[in-house]
Design a protein around this ligand. Structure first.
Ligand code: AMP
Length: 311
């Protein structure tokens, strides 16, 4: 078994009402890989610059992530993103996106990465997502994430990438923007017509919703009183969701499997937001995840006791 991810490997500068960091390890592929590493061997594909050092790699190695397909570009600078959050942590403003080494990146996957059974095309230029998808023809499950920037500037390429995958995992507002549908269910159904069989809408502190041809399932976010930095929550959710599927080789993508994957994604994401960047997930334990999934099961369960209702 193994799981390959392509996406940004970044330095982030983030400000929230609870603090700030001027340069921390981030990137969609990094957040995804740390979360998915609880389920399978994860291989990260992408470039970094000279400024990406031993300390950053050590965070990935600390979770057993395979970094042999991370290419260090001589004289290059690592992808940089900065953003700021107000009191509504669901709403953030991007201040800077510097593609740097990603601007000229041509993915060259090793044989091991190409042979991965499961592939995640994390948020990055859709052209790169398509190139990696083309190199992993044998993958049994491929999921993709994106964001408003690429819907704004590369929509055709993004739709083409989406039509080549099994599952789209996208922020709720971006799903509506992409499909030009104001209703979430209609928006998801439109994506199902393009090719994927699974759509997951990420809804920030309101949780996540799964739509397939035959099923609809929604989970709230895990109720936390202290959230410090939501950066990477979506990728961490995806790491839990896709990782759980990767950990069940040969199993049909049933509603039960997908619903349990939603619970693991939700639990993982809830840890990510408790501290800045990768800080919390980097020292997370398997036991903590298990406890939170069990608690999520308890708080979302109810048993009906039907009574005669008055007409
Ligand atoms: P999330 O909060 O899950 O949407 O992901 C945040 C991460 O996405 C940050 O660590 C950023 O480095 C990364 N990111 C932000 N903008 C982009 C972009 N345009 N392309 C790729 N990655 C990005």
């Amino acid at each position: 078994m193994s799981l390959t991810v392509v996406g940004s490997i970044a330095f982030d500068a983030v400000k929230t009402p609870f603090g700030e960091r001027s340069r921390m390890l981030g990137g969609s592929a990094v957040h995804f890989a740390l979360a998915a590493s609880f389920f399978d061997t994860v291989r990260v594909v992408g470039p970094v610059g000279d400024d990406f050092g031993v300390a950053e790699l050590a965070v990935l190695h600390g979770r057993g992530v395979d970094t042999s397909d991370i290419e260090q570009v001589k004289g290059g600078k690592t992808f940089f993103w900065s953003g700021v959050y107000g009191w509504d942590l669901n709403d953030r403003e991007t201040l800077t996106t510097e593609l740097n080494v990603f601007a000229d990146f041509v993915p060259k996957l090793s044989a091991e990465s190409r042979d991965s059974e499961v592939l995640f095309l994390a948020n990055i230029q859709p052209d790169l997502q398509r190139e990696v998808r083309a190199q992993c023809g044998g993958a049994r499950f491929v999921a993709l994430d994106s964001m408003n920037l690429w819907i704004d500037i590369a929509k055709e390429s993004l739709i083409s990438a989406i039509s080549s995958v099994d599952c789209l995992i996208l922020n709720d507002a971006e799903l509506r923007q992409l499909t030009e549908q104001p209703n979430l269910v209609r928006a998801a159904r439109k994506v199902l017509e393009w090719g994927p069989s699974v759509v997951v809408a990420k809804q920030g502190e309101y949780g996540a919703t799964l739509v397939t041809k035959d099923d609809f399932f929604s989970l709230p976010a895990f109720p936390l009183e202290d959230v410090h930095d939501p950066t990477g929550a979506g990728d961490t959710f995806a790491g839990g969701f896709v990782g759980y599927i990767a950990a069940h080789p040969g199993e049909e993508l049933s509603s039960d499997l997908l619903r349990r994957a939603m619970a693991y994604g939700t639990a993982l994401a809830s840890f990510n937001v408790e501290e800045f960047g990768t800080e919390r997930v980097a020292r997370l334990t398997a036991a903590e995840i298990g406890e939170r999934v069990a608690e999520l099961g308890r708080i979302t369960q109810f048993t009906d006791a039907p009574l005669a209702l008055r007409d």
